[in-house]
Design a protein around this ligand. Structure first.
Ligand code: NAG
Length: 222
């Protein structure tokens, strides 16, 4: 009886001990596992952070490049717009009818999308023609703000391009890219495109003149 008791007590102890061990082991493993998963989470978070920082850097660089390009463009534009006088009631007669042999007038409206599209090309054409030493003046007029001057000039829609030769107007028949406006103006002013008949000639010309626009034409009528 006694031995049986001790034996069962002994077995009980062993079982309890084993159980405790098992529970401890389980606890330890679960702690280790949770720690490693916390570590993983941290790593993942770090990775995401790093990636986001990289993206942000890229965006910053792009924004910097963008703003550089934009400021360069803006510089060219303001420079070009300075040589495109804005006509108004006070000056339009002097500019168009008195002072200049050739005036190309752009009638625009501030709200007009096509005017806004044409304006920078017009300004750039003025810039190119000016650098070429062409006598033509490119001027613009806000036809909505100065309706009377616009109607005297014969501007009725937006955008309108009109050429004034010694004060009398001609319809504009050229294209609407910078190059086409330059080409048309050169033809009208009797200073047509300088023809380059070979590649070496063109290279020589380019090395001396950096701001010219070169077009390749199959057929050319002057
Ligand atoms: C413009 O007028 C001037 C002065 O009268 C004249 O010499 C010139 O040939 C005229 N231009 C054109 C294109 O008719």
């Amino acid at each position: 009886m006694f031995t049986k008791m001790t034996k069962s007590k002994h077995t009980f102890k062993i079982i309890t001990f084993s159980l405790t061990l098992l529970i401890l082991l389980g606890l330890i493993t679960s702690i280790i596992a949770s720690e490693s998963s916390v570590a993983d989470d941290n790593n993942e978070e770090d990775d995401v952070k790093d990636f986001e920082e990289l993206l942000a850097l890229d965006e910053e660089e792009e924004a910097a490049e963008d703003s550089q390009v934009k400021s360069a463009e803006a510089e060219v534009l303001t420079k070009a717009q300075r040589i495109v006088p804005e006509l108004n009631m006070e000056n339009y007669k002097r500019v168009v009818f008195e002072g200049n042999e050739f005036v190309l007038v752009l009638g625009y409206a501030p709200w007009c999308f096509r005017s806004a599209e044409l304006m920078p090309r017009f300004a750039e054409a003025a810039n190119v023609l000016n650098k070429m030493g062409n006598p033509i003046v490119l001027a613009k007029i806000d036809a909505e703000r100065h309706p009377k001057a616009a109607s005297v000039l014969g501007i009725s829609g937006f955008p309108t391009l009109l050429l004034f030769v010694n004060g009398s107007s001609q319809a504009y028949t050229g294209g609407f890219s910078t190059e086409e406006m330059v080409l048309w103006a050169r033809k009208k002013t009797g200073m047509p495109v300088i023809r380059l008949n070979s590649v070496p000639e063109a290279e020589d010309f380019l090395s001396k003149n950096r701001m010219f626009i070169i077009g390749l034409f199959e057929k050319f009528e002057v």
